[in-house]
Design a protein around this ligand. Structure first.
Ligand code: FES
Ligand SMILES: [Fe+2]
Length: 339
């Protein structure tokens, strides 16, 4: 029997600010988010601040060497503790607005020059904590205090990456691209190889057209054999809600496809190489990935224009090529409900 071709999500799902607000709360405030690698947090006070789906977040290494994470918001009048980026905050996180200081465990240490006041107990004004999980050097956070099981979420990857020794990659490099499309437009493009022959000529020349997507929820794996007959080394995968994972023989690339708004997405790439990798090899790797990204960005921005135009509503997914998308769209429907 032939498989059905599932109907896509309606175009409104990719352009409506009100629907995006629901996704922020139901997907990003509940999912596991890869914010940093331990190599970016070498000493007490080291921090990485990043805004995900409009939630400013910060991870910091505390005085005892433990990694903690918080919403990057001061409890006084909502100032930021740090601008997005990385650095060392010393022994405290200090609000940029009026200078309240927080210990690295999140407790309010001093409300600078607040003056005498009744009914203000600093003990009630700690930073809002996030749940932190470190996995093979990668720092994941979850905004829920009792989140869905990290181990269950990552089990398919844990198994696939056993023995790859990715812990040897400790030199971190970042690159970032902001693009004009809904985050799902970009994620869905990542979840199929159907477009490779049309959009990525050089990638298409290097792999056979035996591209396969294997769905092991909430992770999926992409497989294709090299045209030159070389053995397949490494791993190409994706994890809910928006993490691309590429493990090569000589490095790893984690692609975060963060929503910025209903119609903008930021691709935050975290590359890791073995210590001592020559700078030209690093630059070459980053440029190679930028070529494929540019091709994907161009096509996704074109598609978004049509999702916004109001002519197209829904289409059909190919059972042969787009099983990964079908799973992703079902998950979105299940969490958020049909539009
Ligand atoms: S908002 Fe942070 S000190 Fe005022
Ligand atoms: Fe692509």
């Amino acid at each position: 029997m032939l498989k059905v071709a599932p109907e896509t999500l309606p175009a409104a799902r990719y352009r409506d600010p009100a629907l995006y607000e629901i996704e922020r709360r139901e997907i990003f405030a509940r999912g596991w988010l890869l914010l940093a690698h331990e190599a970016q947090l070498p000493a007490p006070g080291s921090y990485v601040a990043v805004t995900v789906a409009g939630f400013p977040l910060i991870v910091v290494r505390d005085d005892a060497g433990e990694i903690r994470a918080f919403h990057n918001v001061c409890r006084h009048r909502a100032g930021l503790l740090a601008l997005d980026g990385a650095g060392n905050c010393g022994g405290a996180l200090t609000c940029r607005y009026h200078g309240w200081r927080y210990k690295l465990d999140g407790r309010l240490a001093s409300a600078r020059d607040f003056g005498p006041a009744d009914g203000f107990d600093p003990r009630n004004f700690s930073l809002f904590p996030l749940t932190v999980k470190t996995w093979r050097g990668f720092v994941f956070v979850n905004m829920e205090q009792e989140p869905e099981s990290f181990d269950a979420t990552m089990a398919p990857l844990e198994e696939a990456m056993a023995g790859m020794n990715v812990e040897r990659f400790t030199e971190a490099h970042l690159s970032s691209h902001e693009i004009a499309c809904n985050w799902k437009t970009y994620v869905e493009n990542y979840l199929e190889g159907y477009h490779v022959a049309m959009v990525h000529p050089s990638l298409d020349a290097s792999i056979n057209r035996d591209y396969q997507v294997v769905v092991q929820p909430p992770v999926m794996f992409f497989r294709a054999t090299p045209r030159d007959g070389a053995a397949v080394a490494g791993l190409w995968a994706w994890a809910w809600p928006c993490l691309g994972i590429n493990v090569y023989a000589d490095g790893i690339l984690m692609e975060r496809m963060w929503p910025v708004s209903h119609n903008r997405t930021r691709l935050d790439y975290l590359f890791l190489f073995p210590k001592g990798t020559p700078a030209d090899r690093i630059a070459g790797n980053i440029e190679a990935s930028a070529i494929t990204t540019r091709e994907d960005v161009m096509i996704c921005e074109e598609v978004q224009k049509n999702l916004d135009a109001g002519i197209y509503d829904t289409g059909r997914l190919s059972p042969k090529h787009e099983g990964g998308l079908a799973w992703f769209q079902d998950r979105v429907r299940e969490i958020i409900g049909a539009v």
